[in-house]
Design a protein around this ligand. Sequence first.
Ligand SMILES: CC(=O)[C@@H](O)[C@H](O)COP(=O)(O)O
Ligand SMILES: NCC(=O)COP(=O)(O)O
Length: 237
Amino acid sequence: MTKLSVNINKIATLRNSRGGDMPNVVEFAKDVQRFGAEGVTIHPRPDERHIRYQDARDLKPEVYTEYNIEGNPIKSFIDLVLEVQPTQVTLVPDAEDAITSNAGWDTIKHKDYLVDVIKEFQQNNIRTSIFVDPVLSQIEGAKETGTDRIELYTEAFAHQYGLGNEDAVKPYSECALLANDLGLGVNAGHDLSLDNIEFFKNNISGLLEVSIGHALIAESLYLGVENVIQMYLRKLK
Ligand SMILES: CC(=O)[C@@H](O)[C@H](O)COP(=O)(O)O
Ligand SMILES: NCC(=O)COP(=O)(O)O
């Protein structure tokens, strides 16, 4: 069963645009869980352009499903995650000035660094996931880091699938099979949407979680949040 984790970054983007507290990020997280979401994801970036570190703290008592905090493991991020104690931390190697996450880890080059960071979170009973491109050698490298899970970076799939290229899912299918064989849990995310999620899910073995934000929030502007969440859940069954 693939869990739907709703990334609420863009609710914080809208809130911050007027300097007030509307829409309220915590209320939105409570509502998406009430509508059936099986997790809440946030990605507090160093510039706090959308999700702020205080949001991560405020959300903790209200997220009763899976709480996933994503980010580049700079010291302030590590300290925040250890303080908040989410269900899962997802490590993402994005640069501070990146407009959005745009690459997976080089799990071979950064093995020693990742081993140490992952161990620290695991010793604090936080499940770890690392953001990776769909490259077999990177999946093998991920296993060597000791991480519990990987998150397949699905931007390339989403872009190609939107152009009609269904073969774009093949690297992801192959990497998921390898991850399963290695005992790594498989998550996925970035640019997944109502258009591509069912095809993706049907081609990925053992997909445990998808985290979806940008498209889900945009689709909700037209179709309504509760309706969109129910649409995703039906497609993920
Ligand atoms: C890692 C990833 O793809 C997402 O978790 C990320 O949260 C998207 O970040 P923005 O919402 O800032 O684009
Ligand atoms: N890890 C992916 C995520 O949380 C949301 O990415 P997107 O759906 O906003 O592209």
